[in-house]
Design a protein. Structure first.
Length: 91
């Protein structure tokens, strides 16, 4: 809990704190990259659960897999919307 010599503080997960950027321009490409990373993590978990279910290691995770698949589809849709919207915002 000491003071940091960095000009940019970070949140718990290491991401820049939103409160330090009031005068900075928001970089939508960086936001989209972080969103894509989060999506990839969720997809990886979904794939791992599907593989475990197929190997009879976790035969009762069907509902969780379905929920994750719905979440992945929703995140992909938002990611695509952001990706398509960025050129209009930054130009």
């Amino acid at each position: 809990m000491g003071s940091s010599s960095d000009s940019e503080s970070t949140g718990v997960d290491g991401a820049p704190s939103a409160s330090n950027t009031p005068n900075d321009r928001i970089d939508l490409h960086e936001i989209l990259d972080r969103f894509g990373l989060a999506l990839a993590i969720i997809e990886t978990v979904c794939n791992a659960l599907q593989a475990a279910e197929s190997n009879s290691e976790c035969p009762t995770v069907g509902a969780e897999i379905t929920t994750l698949q719905q979440g992945v589809a929703a995140l992909r849709a938002v990611h695509e919307e952001l990706d398509l919207a960025i050129p209009g915002v930054t130009s």
